[in-house]
Design a protein around this ligand. Structure first.
Ligand SMILES: [Zn+2]
Length: 245
């Protein structure tokens, strides 16, 4: 259960295996922890007495909001009040799907935006921040005067409308480092050697790169994007924002 389903992650039952201040550690979790510019999931955690009886309203009376899930040796699930929970308890975790779905679509759009910016202008993505309403990509150009919003937005929307399949692979380091179409391998040296396989995201013919974020399975699931402004961020750098129409 360590995969993060992209869209509409269903509620899952699991067991509380530890607590630290106002956070819970769970035996399993499909929550996405903040990382790579994508915010962590939020939602609700409820105690259930009988895992087969998920709709029993009485047993759901003990519950707490789950705040943004964070990365750690074990995924950190911050809650409003951890004292409501105890180790060994069965819980039901419900992810806020509207928020997650929006992040998934925004993040997949960012792959397309970054890949096409590289193809069109040779611009490298040096940062990004995904949001529910608006996302941004920091691009590094040799000469940023070449940037033209209409060109990239039209190219991104053409890709979205082309109904392109998105695949998630688990590949070994060697295959990743030696693949001629692989993008964004610069950070690979920062990943501990014990991790031999990484998730690779492929948007057929558009992008191929290691990524642990959440993704749609077809680009047609992404709404049309629109340009939402740019900011100068120093020599050669532009921060470009986009929204969904
Ligand atoms: Zn990704």
């Amino acid at each position: 259960m360590n995969q993060h389903p992209g869209i509409d992650p269903p509620p899952f039952t699991t067991t509380v295996v530890g607590k630290l201040e106002n956070s819970l550690f769970l035996r399993e979790s499909t929550c996405y922890p903040r990382g790579g510019g994508q915010p962590g999931d939020t939602g609700k955690i409820s105690v259930i007495d009988d895992p087969s009886n998920m709709d029993n309203s009485a047993s759901k009376s003990i519950s707490s909001n789950m705040k943004e899930v964070l990365p750690g040796k074990m995924i950190i699930h911050p809650v409003d009040d951890a004292s409501l929970f105890s180790e060994g308890q069965k819980i039901l975790c419900s992810i806020d799907n509207d928020r997650r779905n929006s992040h998934t679509m925004m993040h997949t759009a960012q792959h397309i935006f970054s890949a096409l910016s590289e193809d069109i202008w040779g611009a490298e993505t040096v940062g990004n921040q995904i949001g529910e309403e608006r996302s941004r990509v920091d691009l590094l150009f040799e000469d940023k005067s070449v940037f033209d919003p209409d060109t990239i937005i039209e190219a991104v929307n053409t890709t979205i409308h082309s109904k392109i399949s998105v695949h998630v692979h688990e590949w070994g380091r060697k295959k990743i480092m030696s693949h001629e179409n692989m993008r964004h391998t610069k950070f690979m040296h920062r990943i501990p050697e014990v991790i031999t396989h990484l998730r690779v995201v492929e948007i057929e013919g558009v992008d191929l790169c290691p990524c642990a974020g959440t993704h749609v399975s077809n680009t047609s699931m992404i709404p049309k994007v629109k340009y939402a402004g740019k900011k100068n961020k120093g020599k050669g750098r532009l921060r470009i924002s986009y929204e969904f129409e």
